[in-house]
Design a binder for this molecule. Structure first.
Ligand code: C5J
Length: 230
């Protein structure tokens, strides 16, 4: 077992039953010309997480941790996109509309895919999800159960939307979630602060929060899973 300092208190995990979850680091949210910008947001606010997250991903790969990436998006015929989602708000481009990086939030399009800096490598699972949560309408729960995963290190975007929804879903299903504060991002600084505070409040109502250097230091002393297995 490995323990690190977190808010509201120490977070203990066993590397073999822990997954790094990277939520929706897609061009559509993190680069100009995608859905995030079409909604009027400054994508630069999300890009600050790329470097710390790249370091965490490299460290997780080095110790042989389970890594799961998610992508929010829809089938080309939009049959998995409820009208309530499709017609919400006043974006300059709606889900399914053609944009500079392909059809907005549609599977298979360039903009829907994960940014180059964090591209999955063979052996890492990519979960395509139609909603904000990673469990809703996906095989994420089954995948975690098959691998005996009970703890999740949660990263990605956006803090108050897909990260929060996933952490809440996971918490209700019994997973112990640690959110890495500098590896989750929001278009809204006030939501970033409040979103992180909500997770750790009331004794950790949804989980734990720590900056990524705490996790990286903990990995330094954790056993390498590939060496343990051989
Ligand atoms: C949003 C997400 N914000 N990945 N999606 O619509 O948080």
């Amino acid at each position: 077992m490995t323990t690190l300092d977190a808010d509201p208190g120490p977070y203990t995990f066993d590397l073999a039953s822990t997954a790094l979850v990277i939520i929706d680091m897609q061009r559509d949210f993190c680069e100009p010309g995608g859905f995030g910008e079409a909604l009027g947001n400054d994508v630069g606010r999300l890009r600050v997480v790329i470097e710390p997250l790249r370091r965490v991903l490299a460290a997780a790969r080095a110790v042989g941790m389970t890594v799961v990436h998610t992508r929010e998006g829809h089938r080309p015929d939009l049959t998995d996109c409820p009208p309530a989602k499709l017609n919400r708000g006043h974006p300059s481009l709606r889900i399914g509309d053609p944009g500079p990086k392909g059809r907005i939030l549609i599977r298979g399009e360039y903009g829907h895919d994960i940014i180059d800096e964090l591209a999955p490598v063979p052996g890492e699972t990519v979960i395509d999800k139609p909603g904000k949560g990673s469990f809703h309408g996906t095989s994420f729960g089954e995948l975690l159960a098959e691998r005996g995963i009970t703890s999740l290190i949660v990263t990605g975007v956006t803090t108050e939307v897909c990260v929060h929804t996933t952490v809440r879903e996971a918490n209700d299903r019994g997973y112990e979630c640690l959110v890495l504060s500098d590896c989750v991002g929001s278009y809204f600084p006030e939501f970033q602060r409040a979103g992180l505070a909500m997770i750790a409040a009331q004794g950790g109502i949804f989980g734990w929060v720590a900056p990524s250097p705490e996790f990286l230091t903990a990995l330094d002393t954790a056993p390498n899973l590939q060496e343990v297995a051989s």
